[in-house]
Structure formats: C-alpha cells, structure tokens
Design a protein around this ligand. Structure first.
Ligand code: NZQ
Ligand code: ZN
Length: 381
C-alpha cells in the first residue's frame, strides 16, 4: 500500500443541520444558490435554506437537469459573474452538486469550461462550494468528481479536482422523505456499483479496504431488503453508506476498475437511461466477460456479502446473485428501449466510446475495443 488520503469536506449530518449553513459560509460572501427542477420547494428544503441564508446576499439559479448540461450551467456562470457572486451553494442530488463543481471551475477560467471535460486543461482555481444533499447516491457531496453532459453532441464526460470538492456537506436524511422509490433504488444501486468498482478487481491483501467495502455492500443489501419499512434509521444508514462508498476511503491503496461507469455513461448520453440503471444494465455482463480476471474477488464477494456456499462456480453464482439483486429492485439488466435495431445501437455506442478516446478499460487496462463491443452485445437486448 502506498497512498495519500485526505477528505477535507466537513460533514454536517442529521435533522435540522441545514441551519448551520449560516455560519459555514463566511460572512460577507455573495452566494449563488443553485438547485434543480424544484423538488426542494415541495419538501421544505428551499425554505430552510432561505432562512439559513438570511445573513448573506444571494441569488438563485434553478433548472439544473438530472445529468446536468453545460448549456444550462454556462447560464449560471453568466449570472454568477454578472452579480459578482463568490460562493456556490448546491442544493440537490449529484446532478446539482456536479453542476456546481463545473460552475466553480468555469467561473475562474478565461476559456471554455468544457475544456476541463475534454482534458484540455487542469483546474487551477475554483470558487468555494457548499452542498446540501437531497439524494444519497453519487457521493458527490464529499468527493472531487463531476460528470457533465454536452446536450448538443451527447457527450457525457467527467473531470475531477480537489479544488472543486465541497468545503462542507449538509446531510439531513429527513429530506429524503419526498424521494420517489425509483430514485431511492437508484441511489442504492449507484452506491453499490461504486463499491464494486473499487473492490471487485483482484486481491491485494488490503484487509481494511475489503472489510469496509464488504460492510457497505452488506448494509446496502439489507437496506434494499427492508425498503418497504423505511424509517429514520433506514434513511440515515442509506445516506451515510452512499457517502462512504465514494469518498476516497475504500479506494486508497487498492486497484480500481470504473469500466462499468465508462460504458454506462454512453447509455445515458444516447438513450437517457438513469445513471444507476445504466450500471445495472452493464455490470453483470461486464463481470461475465471479465470473470477470469475478477474470479478471486467475485468469490470473496459471494462468500462475504451473499453468504453463498463455496464451489467451483462460486464466481458465476455471485454474478447471478448481483443480477437478481438488481432485478429485485426493478432495475433493468439489459437495455431494451433504444429505438433502432440492435446492431445500430451497438455501433452507435461504440462510436461514442471511440469519440471519447476510450481505448483500454478495467483494472488491468485490458478491455479493448473488441471487449467493449462484446459487453455491449450482451447488455443490449
Ligand atoms: O431536480 P430536482 O427537482 O431536485 O429533482 C431531482 C431529480 O429529478 C430528484 N430529487 C432529488 N432530491 C429529491 C428529489 N426528488 C424528491 N425529493 C428529493 N429529496 O431526483 C432526480 C434525480 O436527481 P439527480 O441529482 O440527477 O440524481 P443523482 O444524485 O443520482 O445524480 C446523478 C448524476 O450524478 C452523476 C451521474 O452521472 C448523473 O449525472 N454522477 C456523479 C458522480 C460523482 N460526482 O462522483 C459519480 C456517479 O457515478 C455519477 O456518475
Ligand atoms: Zn455512479
């Protein structure tokens, strides 16, 4: 093991913590209050934020979409610059928080902010961000990553910089009460796949990271199984588990994969599939394709997460158990809604990957173009 680890985001966890924003944002800072389609106006979050901002000058920008687009976010950059705003408060799920990260970097850059997504330049400066999380899933509230879409070209790309990681994250699980079941299940599966991306690779005898990952997976499984009995502790545990799944802790010092995410993002970009559902569609097939490289960790997951009996086909049964888990949550495990014939869809997905320079994926960088095509051939119904 050889790694650096720091997570500088201050977490304010629990009911009523939205009020702490008043002191967490330094006095005198002019604030951009960023949010999505308006769910926060129906569950009291908007009013709590407004009350907490009463000592600050602030302007709001709403309408950040699920899978946020650069077209919309650039309008927020214009507002921010025009009004001389210097602090961004993102209130929403991963989309709003990711959008804030783009705005924070683009506002301090003379060129086109899309350059960060295309890797043409690094973020050298960014405005500070605070987050109020309303949907546990992505971990964006305390990580440095953002995924942004250019609607005009259907490009969904990511960038990361410690400079855009939120300074603080308010996590009040009571705000989850208005989440539709579909979004809650999306959250469980997105967090689950984040853990898998950092755990289902190959063994490196990292006992702490493996134990954390398995504990989080068992927690998510249990939350899924008890989804019909949601109470305060159910919400608290899901919000904390999804955060811990992607905050840098379990990936420290171990190999990671992320191929499921790279392939999944193209399903979202082309066919509008929810992020988590793109993952449940890709991952079982990717695991089957990569089974020999991942066999040892799949067996370990089968034993320690699903309590399966040992045997020669344990890795195969673990993948089947993962697939059944997704299906039990009414997540698709194949893409069936794509409006063309299958060959055209696979070609379109492959063209996207090529355009985005995705050559070799996976923990061994060994999923080449032919491998990606094989996985899509399986994942597209
Ligand atoms: O826009 P509003 O009205 O707020 O409604 C949202 C949206 O329609 C709604 N919602 C959120 N909180 C709610 C609520 N509805 C009722 N009550 C509440 N309390 O939920 C819908 C989905 O929101 P969104 O933010 O899009 O979901 P999620 O948190 O799953 O974020 C998905 C985005 O994050 C990216 C994805 O690619 C996608 O663009 N990711 C970001 C990552 C990161 N930054 O580390 C990692 C992930 O792998 C992922 O790629
Ligand atoms: Zn994800």
């Amino acid at each position: 093991m050889n790694f650096n680890y720091t997570n500088p985001t201050m977490i304010q966890f629990g009911e009523g913590k939205i009020s702490t924003i008043s002191t967490l944002i330094p006095a005198g800072q002019r604030v951009l209050f960023l949010y999505g389609g308006g769910s926060i106006k129906k569950n009291g979050v908007y009013d709590q934020v407004v009350a907490a901002l009463s000592g600050h000058q602030w302007f709001e920008f709403s309408g950040v979409e699920a899978n946020p687009t650069v077209e919309t976010l650039n309008k927020a950059v214009d507002l921010l610059k025009g009004e001389g705003l210097v602090y961004i408060l993102a209130v929403g799920g991963g989309s709003v928080i990711d959008g804030a990260k783009y705005i924070a970097a683009a506002a301090c850059y003379d060129g086109d902010g899309w350059d960060f997504l295309e890797g043409k330049c690094q973020v050298l400066k960014a405005l500070p961000i605070g987050a109020v999380l309303t949907l546990p899933a992505t971990g964006s509230e305390s990580n440095p990553n953002a995924v942004i879409t250019k609607a005009a070209t259907k490009d969904k790309l990511d960038f990361g910089s410690k400079l855009v990681q939120p300074r603080f994250a308010v996590m009040d699980p009571t705000v989850m009460k208005t989440l539709p079941q579909r979004q809650l299940m999306n959250g469980i599966v997105d967090a689950w796949v984040h853990i898998c991306e950092q755990y289902v690779t190959y063994p490196v005898k990292a006992m702490v990271q493996d134990a954390f990952a398995e504990g989080l997976l068992r927690t998510l499984k249990q939350l899924a199984e008890t989804r019909d009995n949601q109470d305060d502790t159910w919400r608290e545990n899901l919000m904390w588990a999804a955060n811990q799944a992607l905050n840098g802790l379990i990936s420290a010092g171990v190999p990671s994969d992320w191929a499921t995410h790279v392939l999944g993002h193209e399903l979202t970009a082309l066919y509008g599939v929810d992020h988590a559902r793109s993952l449940s569609i890709v991952q079982p097939w990717l695991f089957r394709h990569e089974i020999e490289k991942k066999r040892a960790k799949l067996e370990q997951m089968g034993r320690n997460v699903f309590a399966l009996d040992v045997g020669d086909d344990l890795a195969e049964r673990t993948i089947d158990a993962i697939e059944a888990f997704y299906q039990s949550l009414e997540m698709e495990t194949q893409l069936s809604d794509y409006g063309t014939d299958k060959a055209t869809a696979v070609d379109a997905l492959m063209a996207q990957l090529k355009a985005h320079g995705r050559d070799n994926l996976g923990e061994h960088q060994s999923i080449d173009e032919a491998g990606m095509r094989s996985i899509f051939e399986l994942a597209v119904a």
